[in-house]
Write a protein that binds this ligand. Structure first.
Ligand code: DX5
Ligand code: ZN
Length: 224
């Protein structure tokens, strides 16, 4: 299974945002990951539809929007209009998750569901046939640069089993948080096929291309 790499622009230099998106695209990444935080669902506040639209204009790659916000239904249309290709909501923020997913699809966007590290993957089981992406958090959402939580490996393995059991072999299984050249082989081995990385790409001492290539090499090295 080919592993896709999705750099999180949260770790980029926002003063040169478009340039940083282009740098990642030229380094061969597959998607651009946009972290939206509201100061309620998570402690941090980041960006909204206007910046997402600027990312959309900077790239032809799929724009993967991760909503870490309460009551995300209020903003589905705004992010659809901003050009999101994937719109992922947190299971923990959606009492009517199935309805939220239907609304995202009706807006012409691919729906995703994210699970916090303490949420059992079974919480998403009933809606797996309805989504295009399942996001397993490997840190508690809110900040970049945190340490990878190892229990995410078992969650990914179980998620992949559940997806295979419901005909969801083509559903993207994404992992987000603490991914670098050291943790990438393990998550890919556990079945993740979209790897989000912020600090390991935008904070790499040798630059964005070196950060992307370190992760790519790590997952593609046999036995690595
Ligand atoms: C965490 C965000 C992540 C974060 C990843 O709440 O969802 O996408 O930016 O950053 P790193 O790769 O630095 O852990
Ligand atoms: Zn994210």
């Amino acid at each position: 299974m080919k592993v896709r790499i999705a750099p999180s622009i949260l770790a980029s230099d926002f003063g040169r945002l478009a340039e940083q998106v282009v740098e990642a695209e030229e380094a061969g990444v597959d998607w651009i990951h946009v972290d939206v935080m509201d100061g309620h669902f998570v402690p941090n506040i980041t960006i909204g539809p206007a910046i997402t639209e600027a990312v959309r204009r900077a790239t032809r790659l799929p724009v993967d929007v991760h909503l870490m916000i309460e009551a995300p239904d209020r903003y589905i249309q705004a992010f659809a209009d901003a050009g999101a290709d994937y719109l992922t909501v947190h299971q923990e923020a959606c009492p009517h998750l199935h309805r939220t997913i239907q609304r995202i699809r009706a807006a012409g966007v691919r729906p995703g569901v994210a699970l916090n590290p303490a949420t059992p993957v079974e919480a998403a089981a009933p809606i797996l046939p309805d989504i295009d992406l399942l996001l397993v958090m490997s840190v508690n959402p809110g900040f970049g640069g945190q340490a990878f939580i190892p229990s995410a490996l078992a969650t990914l393995t179980r998620a992949r089993e559940l997806l295979n059991a419901c005909g969801g072999e083509d559903t993207a299984l994404e992992v987000d948080g603490g991914i670098d050249a050291t943790t990438a082989p393990g998550v890919a081995g556990a079945g993740a096929d979209v790897l989000v990385a912020g600090s390991a790409i935008y904070g790499h001492p040798q630059g964005v291309a070196a950060g992307v290539s370190a992760i790519r090499t790590a997952v593609e090295t046999p036995g690595g």
